[in-house]
Write a protein that binds this ligand. Sequence first.
Ligand code: S3P
Length: 168
Amino acid sequence: MSKIILIGFMGSGKTTIGNELSEKSKFALVDTDKYIEQQQQTTISEIFASKGEEEFRLMETKALKELLEASEDMIISTGGGLVIKQENRELLKNAGTTVYLKASADTIYDRVKDDTKRPLLQCEDPKLKIISLMEQRKDYYTDAANIVVDTDKKSVEEIACEILSKIK
Ligand code: S3P
């Protein structure tokens, strides 16, 4: 049983890189947000609006545990805030291969500035919010990861190959 787990800030490329890795490895790509949306039959934005972030974080831990317990090989793309909880960081560290996709605040902002589906960034100054959340979380990503990959100015292909070469 083999799992590659992608962690990193919103907009760090987890889904894009996950798709590329899935093609190369033939492992299925599973996304914790999509898994939660399927289970709850609603969107992440709606969960934040109706139940609040706290409740969403509980759903995230449950989703992570269920996916890690699954017997299939898979690539797991995780929500950017999953590392906030120590319990999740422990799970990630011991899960197999956890890859932190590192990106600068400028890169992240460029990628997410027109996005309306990320509730935490629907605020007056999303750039400032990105900088402040990144500051709070950066050590958590490093702590939970077995492999760190700098993604700024690299192509999807380059990043995927770098990850696979570091795993082998
Ligand atoms: C969040 C990241 C989102 C999603 C939710 C909260 C976060 O996932 O889980 O909006 O706290 O950083 P992505 O990283 O896939 O955007």
